[in-house]
Design a protein around this ligand. Structure first.
Ligand code: UD1
Ligand code: CA
Length: 447
């Protein structure tokens, strides 16, 4: 790739078969909308300009692709018509223009680069990514010249002769255009066909008729999947998860049972991370080196530093920051809190809107009471503090460095550094009371 590259992403379809209030391309694969996968993949090729064609009334989609410019295709008159919705932005571009469908999130940057290179190599008007499915029904067929092997036409399934229908080299939908001749080519496409649409695929015949050449490049079928239904969305998810698992292992993480670990497309794992079975990484997770993530843990929008130990059954919610060598154990939920280096929250706790100081120890069942039904309040636990089991820390509250809280306390005010505080109802002793109670009840009820 030596020349400039711009990208048009077609995202105007509502996707009725999804049966959703959300535009189809906003449905997520590995925690990210499909349209953003497509944009990000193209972005790896160092794109000069990215244009997204949207349908009417798609504010979420426009927000999701921001800051890229969007162009509305008001009437759905076909794929060529959709690309021309961005015509004003296409004027004056040089080099290559890639056209991508936003509902096809699995193409890799390497494949797109291969297509662009093929177009540049022969200075072709159009380069098309083709694939050979077992069942070509529904796809446009790529017709190549038997003499020179060049691509001479794409014939839509509905327009195919019997001989053409037998061809299984199909259009994946991804096309790369020579920017300088693109508008002229697309403007010459008409809608005289079975669907009465302006087919982008007709660009090949138009260019050839004008004496220009086109080329087809083959890609693995795995990359070409277009999502039209929820079950195809699940297939795309499975393929993407497979890739993310491979990449995680490639980069030095151990997945004991890869099939049961689910990643987001932006999950970052350090080296020598061990992930036990049944762990889910939501969006925005960064994990350092030598971290152990035990079975059945759920992490999202959080940072875990080197040597930390998470789970089993831990839940790290947005804004959790787990320090070096810290430990978050079973049935512990951490939200918007910093657990500093070497601190331990080992059992059955909720820590929200808090700081847990370095090497502090939070006893089993400790709860930060951070919410009064209206607002959230902060809890500050000093370094080396020891919070006894089953304590309720009623925020806003501060516990000094090295303080000890007696088990079962409900702490409502400041605890000084190095103090012992026990805040619970005083003990009442009544010798023999239980026996007398039983005798009384037996006399009354006869049992
Ligand atoms: C298209 C190709 C076909 C290819 C197939 C691969 C054309 C004419 N045909 O067929 O050769 O094998 O994809 O999946 O391009 N769109 C718009 N505006 C429109 C029409 C479509 O934005 O007016 C968008 C759709 O939302 C979709 C994409 O373009 O994301 C493809 O359109 P679709 O109607 O699904 O084309 P196919 O018939 O599948
Ligand atoms: Ca389609």
């Amino acid at each position: 790739m030596s020349r400039e590259l711009s990208v048009v992403v077609l995202a105007a379809g509502m996707g009725t078969r999804m049966k959703s209030a959300l535009p189809k391309v906003m449905h997520k694969v590995a925690g990210k909308p499909m349209v953003n996968h497509v944009i990000d993949t193209a972005g790896k090729l160092n794109t000069a300009k990215t244009m997204v064609v949207v349908g009417p009334d798609m504010p979420q989609l426009i927000a999701s692709v921001s800051p890229y410019s969007t162009f509305e295709q008001t009437d759905r008159l076909g794929t060529a018509h959709a690309v021309l919705a961005a015509k004003d932005a296409l004027i004056g571009l040089t080099g290559n223009v890639l056209v991508l469908y936003a509902d096809s999130p699995l193409f890799t940057a390497e494949t797109l680069k291969r297509l662009v290179n093929a177009r540049e190599a022969g200075d072709h008007a159009v380069a098309v990514l083709g694939f050979c499915p077992d069942d070509p029904t529904g796809y446009g067929r790529l017709i190549t010249d038997p003499n020179h092997g060049g691509l001479i036409a794409i014939v839509e399934d509905k327009e195919c002769s019997d001989a053409q229908r037998a061809i299984n080299f199909c259009n994946s939908g991804v096309m790369c255009f020579r920017a300088e001749t693109m508008i002229e080519t697309l403007s010459a496409i008409d809608n005289q066909n079975a669907k009465g649409e302006y087919y982008l695929t007709d660009a090949v015949e138009v260019a050839c008729a004008a004496g220009q050449s086109c080329v087809a490049v083959e890609v693995d079928e795995d990359e070409t999947l277009g999502v039209n239904s929820r079950s195809q969305l699940a297939v795309a998810e499975a393929i993407m998860q497979e890739r993310l698992r491979e990449a995680a292992m490639e980069n030095g993480a151990t997945l004991i049972d890869p099939m049961s670990v689910f990643f987001s497309s932006d999950t970052k794992l350090g080296r020598d991370v061990i992930v036990e079975p049944h762990v889910v990484f939501g969006p925005g997770v960064t994990v350092g080196d030598d971290v152990m993530i035990k079975a059945f843990s759920h992490l999202e929008s959080c940072v875990v530093a080197n040597n930390a130990d998470i789970g089993p059954y831990a839940r790290l919610r947005p804004g959790a920051e787990i320090g070096v060598g810290a430990r978050v154990g079973n049935f512990v939920e951490i939200k918007k809190s910093v657990v500093e280096d070497g601190a331990k929250v080992n059992h059955l706790s909720y820590i929200g809107d808090a700081r847990v100081g370095a090497k502090a120890n939070i006893g089993a069942g400790t709860i930060t009471c951070n919410y009064d039904g209206y607002r959230k309040y902060h809890t500050d636990i000093g370094a080396g503090a020891f919070v006894g089991s089953n304590s309720a820390l009623v925020a806003p509250v501060k516990i000094g460095d090295g303080a000890i809280i007696g088990a079962g306390s409900t702490i409502t005010g400041t605890v000084e550094a190095d103090a012992l505080v026990i805040e619970r109802a005083p003990r009442i002793d009544k010798a023999g009371w239980a026996r007398l109670f039983r005798e009384k009840m037996k006399a009354l009820l006869g049992k």
